[in-house]
Design a protein. Sequence first.
Length: 157
Amino acid sequence: MPFWDELVAERAAAHPDVAWDQEHIDALAAKFVLDPARFDVVVGSNLFGDILSDLAAAVAGSIGIAPAANLNPEREFPSMFEPVHGSAPDIAGRGIANPLGAIWSAAMMLDHLGHPEAGKDVTDAIAALLAKTDVRTPDLGGTAGTAEFTEKLLELL
């Protein structure tokens, strides 16, 4: 993807105080699996970003927990917030989808829109639910449905 590489190099030159590395996608995917904690921010094309976000979510325990954002840092154009997992048609209508990705994405949106305290309240409730209760959706080894999981999170919030 030479055009992508050219754009990244151009933007990097405009921000010399930001350290960055370039990786081939196959090597980066392996590093995600072997040492995921080494990464802070990964910038990639839509195709590679989608693949890596799914992989990172699976490494973290479930594709259902990962939030995502397509940010316009200058805030000149709208940003988009969504769970990594997409629509999950295989479980649609069954009431078992893990809502964490959607809820965490909303917390990221609150932060981006200038409400960091509200965003932190949401992420604190997520952390409390996972650390202090046994309420889990099936993808995390539990039996709670989407509604039960969400109700417990709202109670903690």
